[in-house]
Design a binder for this molecule. Structure first.
Ligand code: NAD
Length: 217
């Protein structure tokens, strides 16, 4: 089945990678919106947003206009914007995640296990991303911090063209455990986006995480 999709931020690093994988998979881009404006050749059946928080209001209005599901990976969203997504999801299905790689979902599961078993250990998070990344700390580092549920320190490095590295370290007296995830290519995120599109198109409404896409089909 060919899916006609629209993308917000189609000219960006992620937008181009998403388009590459979706075209390879037989799907068709019929709508784009980015800093240069709007392009349209048909009616989209699903909207993807990998842009910047500045584009958020446009994304919401396009979902309402076309009455279609949304898969959003844009980071740096405010608490208010997340609440807007939750309201939107009462009428349209929404998948929102600050990280669409399966490896980060595994890191989150391991982090939860360590957090429960090592309540007195020190915890630190560090992340490294390419020099063009706008938000700091990364959305994924904030997801890890949110899961830990304590005010843990996050160190952020901006270096060269690193797609995204995250480490969470647990320190006790005499030993340290570190969990590290490295995205070696943006392809891992785009495969997660494709899975999310296939998942969300079968739903009526609701606010879904990438964890639900992977494990609660
Ligand atoms: P990028 O800077 O290469 O691209 C940004 C895109 O947004 C461009 O197409 C630009 O034209 C568009 N844009 C900027 N301002 C806009 C506006 N006001 N209105 C409309 N469009 C606008 O960035 P990128 O590296 O492709 O990353 C895009 C987003 O995806 C970032 O928020 C990044 O953190 C996030 N990201 C998420 C994941 C994930 O798994 N969730 C993975 C990688 C990146």
């Amino acid at each position: 089945m060919q899916i006609k999709y629209g993308i917000i931020g189609g000219s960006g690093r992620m937008g181009q990678e998403i388009e590459l994988l979706l075209e390879e998979s037989g799907h068709k881009c019929v709508f784009k919106y980015d800093i240069l404006g709007e392009w349209k050749s048909g009616e989209p059946e699903v909207l993807i947003d990998f842009s910047l928080p500045k584009a958020f209001a446009s994304t919401i209005s396009y979902v309402k206009k076309y009455k279609i599901p949304l898969v959003i990976g844009t980071t740096g969203l405010s608490a208010e914007q997340i609440e807007t997504l939750k309201s939107l999801s009462k009428d349209f299905p929404v998948v929102q995640s600050y990280n669409f790689s399966i490896g980060i979902q595994m890191l989150l599961k391991c982090t939860e296990m360590l957090k429960e078993n090592l309540p007195d250990w020190d915890i630190e998070i560090s992340e490294t991303h390419h020099r063009f990344k706008k938000d700091k700390p990364s959305g994924t580092a904030l997801m890890i911090k949110n899961l830990i549920g304590k005010d843990v320190n996050i160190s952020s490095l901006r270096l060269g063209n690193v797609p995204g590295d995250h480490t969470v370290s647990f320190g006790g007296l005499g030993e340290v455990i570190s969990l590290t995830h490295s995205a070696t290519s943006r392809r891992t995120f785009t495969e997660g986006v494709l899975n999310s599109i296939l998942f969300v198109m079968g739903k009526k409404n609701g606010f879904y995480s990438f964890n639900e896409v992977l494990f609660q089909k």
